[in-house]
Design a protein around this ligand. Structure first.
Ligand code: NI
Length: 340
């Protein structure tokens, strides 16, 4: 059973799990940021090396390559070049086989060493328009979401979704956008919704408000330049922000109501089982940086569609006018009660 009660406790647990898994890296990055007074994106490069070799980071939410059999350390040249569109330029941050937050820090070390004052200037590009064709107040809907990409399995997931006429939302990390710009374009072309997951997977709870804004605005600006739109929804890494911080960011926030824990189990059957237990109105959390998750998606889609559920973007699920500062997630139904 994916549904757990009480709702707030369930979300809190999910957030706590995610936070604990990222605690060491998040602390390092934030501490460095506090000392320097710079946005965390500029300090990520300084902490990248220690994080990448940190043994405990192998258990983190975003490790790629720690799991035997994930295939992450054996990227074929075709995979890498197809996925990145920049073969050899930035490398494949998720294919290095290096434990830790390499997927977040590797691109930063090569691309964001110099602080850019413009990072905090809001882009002028419009928010991504999600038309959709599904009215979730009339038909049962589930929103699949994928965090921490794009990555080397994103195209595989896009293909599976597209083949089944399913939509999803991808919460992107800025450094991954830099590494895989073509995949971001592919997501938009496939009608998927983009979400903001911070520039370098920062633990926003450890940043000042100004630093939080820089983390988000830098992603917006990158996407504005790349695909001409900005994301509507924010998903804070770990899902945790207190109420005042959520309100201050003035963005709709999407947490989740079904946590597959795919990053932890790296188990395709388990990911299928949990995701397929979603009920109408649920937001399912997965990560498109894991082979086990990519392998699970076709069956998840099949199972949910077999129940008559429409697989939709967050905007379709929640509506065109989401409330700012609200963390949608647990049990959120269109028109239903919101949790904060
Ligand atoms: Ni994440």
């Amino acid at each position: 059973m994916a549904r757990r009660t009480p709702a707030v406790a369930a979300v809190g647990l999910a957030a706590a799990l995610a936070l604990s898994s990222c605690a060491s890296a998040g602390t390092t990055r934030a501490d460095a940021s506090a000392e320097s007074g710079l946005a965390s994106s500029t300090t990520a490069s300084a902490t990248g090396a220690p994080e990448a070799s940190s043994p405990e980071a192998g258990a983190s939410e975003h490790t790629e390559g720690a799991l035997p059999g994930s295939g992450s350390a054996s990227a074929t040249p075709s995979e890498a070049s197809t996925a990145t569109g920049e073969p050899g330029a930035t490398g494949d941050p998720t294919a290095s086989g290096t434990p830790g937050h390499a997927s977040h820090t590797a691109p930063a070390s090569s691309a964001t060493q110099t602080p850019d004052p413009q990072d905090t200037v809001a882009p002028t590009a419009p928010a991504q328009s999600i038309k959709g064709g599904v009215d979730c107040s009339k038909v049962p809907c589930v929103a699949l979401t994928f965090d921490d990409g794009p990555g080397r399995y994103t195209q595989q997931i896009l293909d599976a979704l597209t083949a089944a006429k399913a939509k999803a939302t991808f919460f992107l990390i800025g450094t991954q956008i830099k590494a895989y710009p073509q995949l971001v374009k592919a997501e938009v072309a496939a009608g998927m919704q983009l979400g903001n997951h911070t520039w370098d997977h920062a633990d926003l709870t450890r940043l000042t408000h100004a630093q939080q804004l820089a983390e988000l605005t830098k992603v917006d600006r990158e996407l504005a330049g790349l695909v001409g739109v900005t994301p509507v929804f924010l998903r804070p890494p770990g899902g945790a922000l207190d109420k005042a911080e959520k309100l201050a960011l003035k963005r709709p926030i999407a947490d989740w109501s079904v946590d597959t824990e795919d990053w932890r189990t790296r188990n395709t059957a388990q990911t299928i089982k949990v995701a397929s237990s979603a009920k109408p109105g649920d937001i399912v959390l997965m990560h498109d940086i894991h082979a086990s998750t990519a392998a699970a998606v076709p069956q998840i889609v099949k199972n949910l569609q077999a129940k008559g559920y429409h697989l939709v973007t967050l905007t379709e699920l929640i509506g065109q006018h989401p409330t700012l500062g609200i963390a949608y997630g647990w049990g959120q139904k269109p028109g239903g009660p919101k949790h904060s």
